[in-house]
Design a protein around this ligand. Structure first.
Ligand SMILES: C=CC1=C(C)c2cc3[nH]c(cc4nc(cc5[nH]c(cc1n2)c(C)c5CCC(=O)O)C(CCC(=O)O)=C4C)c(C)c3C=C
Ligand code: FE2
Length: 428
């Protein structure tokens, strides 16, 4: 049945008041004022009002539907942020934002809003809508009923968050972590500025693409007026149960992660050092490279050539000289310019969490635009990640088939306690 609309100015004013109390957005209020035919002054910042909306939630916990009973989800709160050593989900969105305000309070508000939304969405809640069908629904709706799908939301801060063009925009320059610098230019780089760095990074991963998209879409929506998206990438990675996933060159990718798959291993390789600022305790650095993979050229190369490129057997993933995937790597058995040998000879380890991407056809070449969103986590990127990049840029046989087009480094804070918001320890 069609809802009866009230026409008088008075009833419109009354309705606006009632909806303000319900926490509508500034935009919604403006729309409503147009419907009611009144002009109203709104003092509160847009973000503050959206925050109220985020407060008004339908917290459908995992126990509320039969289908979701089995779904515990991955806890958003904890000592460490989820999405770093969490088993890799099938889908990933990674976005980098540039902050458009110089106002520190507005940045804090955005981080608060994001925290509330991340808490809500990783526990299966939705933004509650009003009962006025003349307004847009608060939740975008596409993930309704799809469950939690192991959704994680991970936030990191870029060097320019702490200082940009010599300016201490948010008075947090002294909170900058030790190793947070822009990644230097590497041999073989063909970077496009629009795919690089940025002030804040949000990585969203889930076992359902629509659930992941809903999360990143709403993080973007909630940033409106305070930040803009600099780049956004989507990735996927699937493997048979208990097997290492394969990249788009058909090789098992992630094998060596097994070597440090223990609390002690992660302490040494992933979690930030003690001498870092307080807020980095139990945090990590996220190293990112968008690497285009020249699939058509690769597909024309012989199996021998492909295996020489990595120094591993394509089918089994075994290192040269070994029989099984997890056999020890003996670099003397591998070509001097093979990818695995070069990585191993740095004597460093990193925790890789990469995803494949495809993005249609490269308009210039008519070939597939596809590759790897290389994501890794390290305690000390200057010692672990950058030397690898440097040696690979100069010597890697893989360079014949790959082009790095994007690059970034972010510092991911430690995990959040309930009631805490992203960046709280940076701003306090
Ligand atoms: C700077 C770090 C690295 C970049 C960039 C990188 C790009 C890249 N890698 C593959 C495919 C494979 N990489 C493998 C191993 C491997 N790669 C790195 C680092 C970078 N890779 C490390 C540290 C390692 C582990 C080395 C070791 O200690 O054994 C492998 C082999 C299997 C495995 O261990 O995962 C593959 C395959 C691609 C396609 C790529 C860029 C597009
Ligand atoms: Fe690699």
């Amino acid at each position: 049945m069609k809802r009866k609309k009230e026409n008088s100015k008075n009833s419109g004013d009354k309705q606006i008041k009632s909806y303000t109390e319900k926490g509508l957005t500034r935009r919604e209020l403006l729309k409503l004022s147009a419907v009611a035919g009144t002009g109203i002054a709104i003092g509160a910042s847009g973000l503050g009002t959206i925050l109220n909306v985020v407060d008004k939630v339908d917290k459908r916990t995992a126990k509320s539907t039969a289908a979701a009973v089995k779904e515990e989800g991955i806890s958003f709160y904890g000592e460490k942020q989820a999405g770093i050593v969490t088993s890799q989900q099938t889908y990933c969105y990674i976005a980098s934002f540039d902050i458009k305000t110089e106002n520190r309070t507005e940045v804090r508000e955005l981080l608060k809003t994001w925290t509330k939304f991340a808490d809500l969405t990783t526990s299966g809640g939705t933004l509650k809508s009003t009962d006025n069908d003349m307004l847009p629904p608060n939740d975008t709706g596409e993930a309704t009923g799809l469950g939690i799908a192991n959704l994680t939301v991970t936030v990191g801060y870029g060097a320019t968050f702490f200082e940009k063009d010599g300016k201490d925009r948010f008075s947090i320059k002294d909170k900058r972590p030790k190793y947070l610098e822009g990644i230097p230019h590497m041999a073989h780089d063909s970077l496009a500025e629009e795919y690089c760095e940025g002030d804040i990074c949000v990585q969203v991963c889930a076992d359902d693409q629509q659930v992941a998209f809903h999360a990143i879409r709403n993080m973007i929506r909630l940033s409106s007026g305070t930040a803009t998206v600099k780049w956004l990438e989507e990735g996927f990675l699937r493997a048979p149960a208990n097997e290492t996933p394969r990249n788009l060159f058909g090789f098992k990718d992630g094998t060596a992660n097994k070597e440090h798959d223990s609390e002690e291993g992660y302490r040494k390789i992933v979690w930030a050092e003690e001498k870092e600022p307080d807020w980095m305790k139990n945090g990590s650095y996220l190293g990112y490279r968008k690497i285009q993979m020249l699939l058509e050229i690769w597909d024309r190369s012989s199996l021998f050539e492909q295996e020489e490129t990595f120094g591993r057997n394509k089918q089994s993933g075994a290192p040269y000289g070994g029989e099984l995937e997890f056999d020890a790597v003996d670099v003397s058995q591998m070509p001097v310019d093979s990818h695995v040998r070069l990585a191993k000879e740095t004597n460093q380890q990193i925790h890789r969490r990469a995803y494949s991407y495809t993005s249609g056809i490269d308009a210039k070449t008519g070939t597939l635009d596809a590759g790897l969103l290389f994501i890794c986590f390290t305690s000390n990127p200057s010692k672990q990640f950058l030397p690898m990049l440097s040696v690979m840029g100069k010597m890697d046989k893989l360079n014949e088939y790959t082009i790095p087009v994007g690059s970034a480094l972010f510092a991911c804070q430690g995990g959040l306690a309930p009631g805490e918001f992203f960046g709280e320890k940076i701003f306090n």
